[in-house]
Design a protein. Structure first.
Length: 104
């Protein structure tokens, strides 16, 4: 029962387009950053040396697409929202190593 409630809660958090899990309303630019950062983290974790060349290429392209975008967005958003503690906290929650350490 507890697991079901947790899963439902997590799904509601993920599916809400403009309200973060902490209940803070976010703008579209922050929502897009969150989406790109989460995709970056996902694809960066998919790498495995035993994958086929095609699978490796797909992962590399996805990492470049999402991590590059998230890294640029993070720099911009940190400046734009420097005085908004709630947004800064949301950005920090999605400031994964895969985003900050990305090098093309």
């Amino acid at each position: 029962m507890r697991i079901t409630a947790f899963v439902i809660s997590a799904c509601l958090c993920v599916s809400s387009a403009s309200v973060s899990c902490a209940g803070t309303r976010t703008s579209k630019d922050v929502d897009l950053f969150i989406e790109n950062a989460d995709n970056c983290e996902h694809w960066a974790g998919e790498w495995d040396s035993t994958l086929s060349k095609a699978e490796k290429r797909h992962i590399e392209r996805s990492v470049i697409k999402y991590c590059g975008a998230a890294q640029k967005q993070l720099r911009t958003l940190k400046i734009k929202y420097k005085d908004e503690a709630d947004v800064k906290r949301i950005l920090a929650d999605h400031e994964y190593d895969s985003v900050t350490n990305f090098v093309k």
